[in-house]
Write a protein that binds this ligand. Structure first.
Ligand code: GAL
Length: 347
């Protein structure tokens, strides 16, 4: 072998050795850095800060972060921003979180179909993302193994919502078929059309009523975008268009159910059953006072703590907490329950 070739081989070996030593040094520094981490910064962006359910979740996240801090001794800084319904604003918030050195992002996307920019930025910066409540499309979620989603299973919610009426109908048919004509006439209030929950909730609550042999008939329905005032306006119109007809209001969430109740009260109409979803604070008050027949509530304590604990372990590069089992290593589905007023105990 020529001397030149031997010399070249020796320098390649030397280069490889240097690269190996530098890799080992970087890895060791990384471990030391992780060992020293005593504080984490979480960037949170909400699709709309004035959404009642999201506000409830926000309060629980704040509470759970304090609890985590007390128990772990790790300082948690939450930077919570309101995207006010603008995807552009949310994208800028993500930029800012990353430039401020956030260790992890918790994002409630404005447009669940348009999370690719957020994911691009997070991947480039190596910052994991915990999405919640508005589920990004699967194709986006599959782009990186540091993307997570926390929410509720929409079909399960809807089936539970339908079941509460089926149960009541079996026990007291006259409490559901109020005018006793053998048909339960209902109206449907739907959330945002682009939201994964709206379509599925609408379809499966009705299907569950049919499967449970409740004789239903749809009078009309409309989109009120989760909002109390929009639902109230729709209901006011329907009460005028179909006087003495509506027996049941099925609403995709509590706020719209409360809007329907506002309209019923304004029109002085009594006895119509209204059902919602969320178990928000005002929703539970209406349940307590008997204005709302029932609601389906996610375990919000668990919802909030899953967000905080998952985010914290991502930030600390620790193993993910086993109390929150992830489907496909990505999704945490929060358990839900039915809360009702009218079903009588021991019939
Ligand atoms: C739904 C919830 C609605 C609204 C919406 C926002 O899951 O039921 O009330 O908060 O999320 O994305």
């Amino acid at each position: 072998m020529s001397r030149v070739r031997r010399g070249r081989r020796a320098s390649i070996a030397l280069l490889l050795l240097c690269a190996l030593v530098s890799m080992l040094l970087t890895a060791c520094q990384g471990v030391r850095k992780e060992e020293e981490k005593t504080s984490i910064r979480i960037g949170i962006s909400l699709y709309r800060g004035d959404d009642t359910f999201i506000n409830n979740i926000r309060s629980i996240i704040e509470e759970k972060a304090k609890e985590y801090e007390r128990e772990s001794g790790i300082k948690v800084t939450l930077d919570i921003q309101d995207a006010k319904g603008s995807q552009n604003t949310q994208n800028n918030q993500v930029e800012r979180f990353i430039s401020l050195g956030c260790d992890v992002l918790c994002i409630n996307p404005v447009d669940r179909m348009d999370t690719s920019l957020i994911i691009d930025r997070a991947m480039t910066a190596g910052v994991p993302v915990v999405f919640f409540n508005r589920q990004p499309v699967e194709e986006d979620m599959n782009r990186w193994d540091k993307l997570y989603y926390i929410g509720v299973d929409a079909k399960e919610t809807a089936v539970l919502q339908g079941e509460m009426v089926v149960d009541l109908y079996r026990k007291e048919p006259e409490a559901v078929d109020i005018n006793g004509d053998g048909v339960v006439s209902y109206v449907m209030l739907e959330g945002e059309s682009s939201h994964q929950d709206s379509l599925i909730r609408t379809e499966w609550s009705v299907q569950t009523l049919k499967d449970g042999k409740v004789p239903i008939e749809k009078i009309t329905g409309g989109i009120a975008n989760w909002e109390r005032s929009q639902a109230s306006a729709l209901m006011e119109q329907w009460l005028a268009d179909y006087p003495d007809t509506i027996e049941l209001v099925i609403s995709n969430n509590d706020d719209m159910a409360l809007g329907a109740i506002d309209a019923l009260e304004r029109a002085d109409v009594m006895g119509v059953n209204v059902i919602g979803i969320d178990g928000t604070t005002p929703g539970l008050e209406a349940l307590e006072s008997g204005k709302l027949l029932g609601t389906v509530s996610a375990n919000k304590e668990l919802y909030g703590s899953a967000i905080v604990e998952l985010a914290a372990s991502c930030a600390l590069q620790e193993e993910l907490p086993s109390e929150y089992p992830l489907t496909d290593d990505t999704y945490f589905w929060t358990p839900q329950e039915i809360l009702v007023t009218k079903i009588k105990e021991n019939p």
